[in-house]
Design a protein around this ligand. Structure first.
Ligand code: 13P
Ligand code: SF4
Length: 398
């Protein structure tokens, strides 16, 4: 397989990269102008030819043998996923890290919060490496730990915190996973949010759910919670203003939703679904989409659920998909007997997932083979201890 071409025009809008429909190749260095390039990667890697990168990764992996394993999230670009020993959604990858202690190095091709989860759950002798430290998640960044602590303090002052279970989506900083662990809470992913919320309600009568309002709302709706019992906490409001809620809304609220979202998934619309249905296609979307989109779709679920829905469908099936384009394109390629297309005609990759370019993978793997660990993800011990409590609760629930 060759290195995938980089789209020739990329505009960064509200944290997402939207490419034009052209696929002309541009040099890797072009990505630098968008800030994708991690500053301290050695200069020669930027100049490597695609075939040379592939060959060098192959040789370095051979040198490392079973000491190194490469994990790949479903949103990773094709020219990265070809090197993954194991692919999955964020839950499957986290569980893999908790269960496999053999490899000394886990090279995590995904985004920062996923690599942190792997560091928390893996054994002490294992080291987790993220090829590009600039591969974050714009949704996770919408829950600044200081804002969440301030919110909790306000809930304490209002006498609400003691009857609230904090639930954080996997897409969050390790320090927030530690926060929920310390406060009797739990982590969830898009593959287990309903089970986790049931567990949380069994502890306390209310949930504080962050950072993705849509996953929280969509799960609450499926559980039969009326929308007016899921008010939105606006973290941009000044301290003391209850995130823009009235005292009555707060008191009445069963799920307090954080005002975070994923820009990639906000692009999908009910109209696009109607068009897909007119084409005779079934529609599957990720639960980070808006509630009306999830309601109009035939089914919704995590990236692994989407993979299974398409893969397990009979030949001749047609699928309109509402999720990140690298996954949709891969499903189209891997299912030539089916019609698979993205709901959104303006193709939008997750710009942060996209930052893991093969040149970074080459750099980190060659460094490991040379005895040097670069880009190691190290969650501080105290956070690790409590975040593990919250993640272990999630793993026990599943
Ligand atoms: P999954 O847990 O479904 O893989 O989703 C992660 C994610 O970031 C979706 O945008
Ligand atoms: Fe984060 Fe959205 Fe990218 Fe998923 S698709 S990693 S939620 S920015």
């Amino acid at each position: 397989m060759t290195i995938e071409t980089v789209p020739n025009r990329i505009t960064v809008l509200a944290g997402i990269a939207c490419e034009s429909d052209s696929t002309e190749t541009v040099p890797l260095t072009e990505e630098r102008s968008f800030g994708f390039w991690q500053q301290d990667i050695p200069e020669p890697y930027a100049a490597l030819e695609p075939q040379e990168i592939i060959e060098r990764i192959r040789v370095a992996r051979q040198r490392l043998g079973a000491r190194c394993i490469v994990l790949g999230h479903h949103y990773q670009r094709e020219d990265i996923i070809q090197f993954a020993d194991f692919k999955g959604d964020s839950f499957k990858l986290a569980r893999w890290a908790a269960e496999h202690t053999e490899a000394e190095f886990i090279v995590f091709c995904g985004v920062h919060f996923m690599a942190e989860a792997a560091d928390i759950l893996s054994a002490p002798h294992q080291q987790v490496v993220l090829p590009n430290m600039a591969a974050g998640c714009s949704m996770a960044d919408m829950a600044d730990p200081e804002d969440v602590y301030a919110c909790w303090e306000e809930l304490e002052e209002a006498g609400i915190a003691q009857e609230t279970t904090p639930v954080t989506y996997m897409n969050s900083a390790a320090s927030l996973k530690a926060f929920v662990g310390k406060h009797g809470g739990v982590v969830c992913t898009s593959s287990n949010a309903a089970k986790v919320m049931e567990w949380a309600f069994a502890q306390k009568r209310r949930i504080l759910f962050f950072p993705d309002q849509h996953l929280g709302r969509n799960t609450g709706i499926k559980m039969g919670i009326p929308r007016d019992e899921m008010p939105l906490w606006n973290y941009r409001k000044p301290y003391g203003s209850l995130g823009g809620m009235s005292e009555a809304e707060l008191e009445h609220g069963r799920v307090l939703l954080w005002q975070g979202h994923c820009s990639v998934h906000q692009r999908f619309t009910v109209d696009q679904i109607a068009e897909a249905h007119e084409r005779g296609a079934q529609v599957v979307v990720h639960p980070e989409c808006r509630a009306e989109v999830v309601e109009a779709a035939d089914c919704d679920g995590s990236t692994e659920f989407i993979v299974r829905a398409v893969t397990d469908s009979p030949p001749g099936s047609a699928w309109g998909i509402g999720t990140e384009i690298n996954l949709v394109s891969r499903l189209a390629k891997e299912n030539p007997d089916k019609t698979v297309f993205c709901l959104d005609p303006v193709v939008c990759p997750c710009s942060t997932m996209y930052r893991v370019h093969p040149a970074y993978l080459c750099w980190v793997i060659e460094s490991l083979a040379d005895g040097q660990v670069v880009n190691q993800i190290v969650v501080p011990d105290e956070d690790k201890r409590w975040a593990k409590v919250a993640l272990d609760r999630m793993l026990e629930i599943n």
